[in-house]
Design a protein. Structure first.
Length: 122
């Protein structure tokens, strides 16, 4: 199967995206913590990477409250900066209301390879 989207950034901490990819025979690299961001396989060598900026429900460090969503760890911020600059972003179903850290990441991106859907307001 040909993979067109190789990097997925999600605010969800469930495993629905991973399960959908696995059902299509794609085993994604998952980055959900600063530790996993530091030790991740380079995007060029991974078939598909899922970046869970709010963490994974299996880890007690998930981000879910307004206070927790104010800032990301430096490693996750650096990873987002790289993705937004090198790959661009297609936004689907994100209100941009609560996640201030992700809003700042999008706004500080030096280029504008962004496609923002109807619901999103940054």
């Amino acid at each position: 199967m040909l993979v067109f989207v190789r990097v997925i950034v999600t605010t969800n901490f469930d495993r629905l995206i991973e399960r959908a990819l696995e059902s299509e025979g794609i085993s994604p690299t998952v980055i959900s913590t600063s530790d996993s961001a530091r030790g991740a396989l380079p995007f060029a060598h991974a078939r598909c990477t899922v970046i869970k900026v709010h963490g994974d429900y299996r880890d007690t460090r998930i981000k879910n409250t307004a206070t927790e969503l104010e800032n990301y760890e430096p490693e996750m911020d650096a990873l987002l900066d790289r993705i937004l600059d090198e790959y661009g972003l297609i936004v689907c179903g994100w209100s941009a209301k609560w996640d201030k850290a992700l809003c700042r990441a999008v706004l500080r991106c030096p280029n504008r390879r962004l496609l923002i859907g109807r619901e999103e307001r940054i």
